[in-house]
Ligand binder design. Structure first.
Ligand SMILES: *Cc1c(COP(=O)(O)O)cnc(C)c1O
Length: 386
């Protein structure tokens, strides 16, 4: 914030995040193309579309045909609702807090409910002529996170009047191990959820069903149900970690080089003096640190691509260079000794993410997953949408 309280403008000179909405839409089409006939492809756009910006991501997906959007919270839903025409549904994956049911219904948002008490409150707060506003119900089929306990679900099935007045449009559950196709829990959850769908349909014949996240789509047609809920794969994360990535990279991250220097003698680089640069090594200090989502846990393991030659040059090339020393708050250091003198002279930026250095690679280097790389992407970069 500046002195008047106005947010400071993002500045491309502090790093540039390039977001390829064409690749995003291609990824949506690839995922949709995997689904069995009759199954729709939704999109999870929680956490500001995994950090990439709902304002651009949501309209692009709507234009590609997506009508089922999933966010985490009421606040996120209120941001996304005006970006979409009325025929798009927005589901709140973490539901609605007590007392906010009417606000949620009036905002045109569909909460995921997980207890019988929540369903009762929803009906009491939103029913008109005995029918509540649309809601969704989530069963815990084995992940043991947010979801209705199976025993409670069986008791709920004994309350047809409540179920019928609740206006449950979507019945969902979430897979814990979908990214590991061989994990036995996938089949167990599938069986459990399929049985529950049949039971619920006895009481609510119109309800739609949903189980698959990105990876779930690749487990096969029996996992697809009526609506799929991919998130990460839309943004370039590999939904099949043991196979080549069927998705296109969506983000490119370029960090400006602040200083290129040759160290005179053997020198310990950065906080904690954790790594040595040999005498005569060339180092590039880049503007981007852990406050920008360059996770400190990738210190000494991360990689970047030295971008040689600017956009105006026809001979733009990239050379992969290792990070050296600890990532600081605002900067990190790369060993660019592999570049020739001429290349060093034309060094434009260090690219941390591109179609070769993916969010999955960076996640592995940082001891985490591509999801966390995306949602950590900093707020100080300039952003450019292609
Ligand atoms: C985040 C989330 C998704 C999307 O998962 P991806 O692995 O990113 O595809 C789907 N369903 C629920 C309930 C979620 O919380």
């Amino acid at each position: 914030m500046d002195e008047s309280g106005t947010p400071l403008a993002h500045d491309a000179s502090e790093g540039l995040l390039i977001i390829d909405t064409g690749a995003l839409v291609d990824n949506y089409r690839v995922l949709r193309g995997r689904l069995r006939a009759g199954s729709r492809c939704g999109a999870v756009v929680k956490a500001d579309a995994y950090g990439l910006g709902v304002v651009r991501v949501v309209p692009a997906l709507y234009a590609a045909g997506c009508r089922d959007f999933f966010v985490a919270t009421l606040a996120e839903g209120k941001v996304v609702r005006p970006l979409l025409p009325g025929d798009a549904r927005i589901v709140l994956l973490t539901g609605v807090r007590p007392g906010l049911e009417r606000a949620c219904a009036e905002a045109g948002l569909v909460p995921v409910l997980v207890t019988t008490a929540q369903i009762q409150s929803w009906v009491e707060a939103t029913a008109r002529d005995g029918v509540a506003a649309p809601c969704a119900l989530k069963l815990d089929s084995g992940m043991t996170r947010l979801g209705m306990e199976p025993a409670e679900f069986r008791r709920l099935l004994q309350l047809p009047p409540l179920l019928q007045s609740a206006n449950i449009q979507l019945f969902l559950s979430h897979l814990a191990c979908a990214d590991d196709a061989r994990h036995p829990q996938n089949r167990q959850q599938l069986q459990h959820f399929s049985d529950a769908c049949s039971a619920l349909r006895q009481v609510c014949p119109e309800v739609e069903t949903s189980l698959a996240n990105s990876s779930g789509i690749y487990l096969g047609e029996s996992y697809h149900f009526d609506v799929a809920r991919p998130g990460a794969a839309l943004y370039g994360v590999n939904p099949t970690p043991e196979l080549p990535n069927p998705m296109r990279a969506v983000v490119r991250l370029q960090l400006p080089v602040l200083q290129v220097r040759q160290v005179e003698c053997d020198s310990a680089v950065g906080y904690g003096a954790t790594q040595q640069a040999r005498a005569g090594s060339w180092l590039a200090v880049a503007r981007g640190g852990y406050a920008d989502g360059v996770l400190r846990t990738q210190s000494g393991r991360g990689r970047g691509a030295a971008v040689i030659g600017g956009a105006a040059c026809e001979s733009e090339q990239r050379v992969v260079v290792p990070m050296i020393g600890r990532v600081s708050m605002d900067s990190c250091v790369f060993d660019v000794s592999a570049l020739s003198e001429e290349q060093r002279g034309r060094l434009q930026a260090i690219e941390l993410l591109n179609d070769q250095l993916t969010v999955d690679h960076m996640g592995a280097a940082a001891g985490t997953i591509g999801y966390e790389i995306l949602t950590s992407l900093g707020r100080r970069y300039g952003r450019c949408y292609l």
